[in-house]
Design a protein around this ligand. Structure first.
Ligand code: NAP
Ligand code: 8YV
Length: 309
């Protein structure tokens, strides 16, 4: 009997090809009437490949055994509901650490030196009217990392190569790490020139970077979010960026992405990025391969490679 699996959105091409080679793949997002399709066929589905599975979809897939998620963050999967139904959940950690860390440093330099704005300055013919101005550099500054995990550690290595001092905040002190630990996020923000957010989304971190933290970072402080939009109080951030209460922000993720509040577009002290942290060919190929390897392990009765549930 072929193993039947479900996709609910388009996946990276090499991942889709590998899935199609091994399984009978159904694409719910291509069905004219997804609800009717689920009613008629849901019971045959043994695996979900992709991201974002809520309890109501699990209910319509009574024989679902595993959710293999494309991405390391799984805040968009109802893991509690999965556990209750004995459904395994896997993600794609580590293979994307370098790509996300590279983009983070890229965003930091872009913001510090206003690289996108400089490009526009030249293209719009403004250079002939005078030089653009002076900005700041990363060298010698302190970067506070919120979430010194797999990706956070790669950011720390690269920040040190930029001659920055690294400090961090998380729920636990990591004794093997040489960097200064803050158990209080506001205090770390007060002592940092840059705050880089790279902790998971979800209930535990909802708006953890609140107005108090943003004000502690202050008028010269620079914020980078490569985690999830939900970690920041977005309206407070916007207001502080507009009135000079916060120095600048480089944002790869947003609360209601791909919708981005229009007010950001008018700000010169902001660099915007469309959730591109892992968006390189080699990393997306590796993420897809890990997703497929988890499914293969599951159906071979072997231990999962990267299980979260
Ligand atoms: P990870 O290895 O699990 O690291 C997460 C870190 O966050 C840990 O150091 C953890 O330390 C800290 N943390 C967790 N909960 C916290 C809380 N409530 N308060 C403070 N710190 C907390 O995760 P990762 O692989 O580095 O990935 C991190 C996140 O990056 C993902 O979950 C995903 O949302 C995001 N991401 C974004 C992109 C993108 O394209 N922009 C790409 C990949 C990943 P403690 O346990 O000590 O608290
Ligand atoms: C996305 C990410 O998952 O891994 C994560 O947590 O945020 C990204 O890698 C990826 O863009 C696929 O949607």
């Amino acid at each position: 009997m072929p193993i039947e699996i479900l996709q609910t959105s388009k996946l990276h091409a090499s991942c889709e090809a590998a899935l199609a080679e091994r399984y009978t793949v159904h694409k719910l997002h291509e069905q004219a009437d997804p609800e009717a399709w689920l009613r008629d066929n849901g019971a045959r589905i043994r695996a979900h490949a992709g991201s974002g599975v809520k309890a109501d979809l699990m209910e319509k897939l009574p024989n679902l055994e595993i959710i293999a998620s494309f991405g390391v963050g799984y805040d968009n999967i109802d893991t509690k509901a999965a556990k209750a139904r004995n459904i395994r959940v896997t993600n794609t950690p580590n293979v994307l650490n370098d790509a996300v860390a590279e983009l983070t440093i890229g965003l930091m330099i872009a913001l510090a030196r206003r690289i996108p704005q400089g490009d526009q300055y030249v293209r719009q013919g403004k250079w002939a009217g005078g030089n653009m101005g002076l900005f700041s550099e990363l060298t010698g500054k302190t970067v506070g990392i919120l979430g010194l995990g797999r990706i956070g550690k790669e950011i720390a290595i690269r920040a040190q190569a930029m001659k920055m001092r690294v400090v961090y905040h998380g729920r636990h002190r990591q004794t093997a790490e040489p960097h200064v630990y803050y158990d209080n996020l506001t205090e770390m923000a007060r002592d940092s020139d840059w705050l880089v957010i790279i902790a998971p989304g979800g209930k535990g971190t909802d708006a953890i970077v609140n107005r108090e933290v943003l004000e502690a970072l202050g008028p010269k402080g620079m914020l980078v979010n490569v985690a999830r939009g939900t970690l920041i109080d977005e309206p407070a951030m916007l207001e502080l960026l507009q009135n000079g209460g916060l120095g600048g922000a480089a944002l790869d993720v947003f609360v209601d992405e791909p919708k981005v509040p229009q007010a950001f577009f008018a700000l010169d002290n902001v660099v915007l990025s469309p959730h591109q942290g892992s968006a390189t060919y080699q990393t997306r190929d590796a993420m897809g391969a890990l997703l497929v390897a988890n499914l293969e392990a599951h159906f071979a009765g072997e231990p999962l490679i990267s299980a979260v549930v």
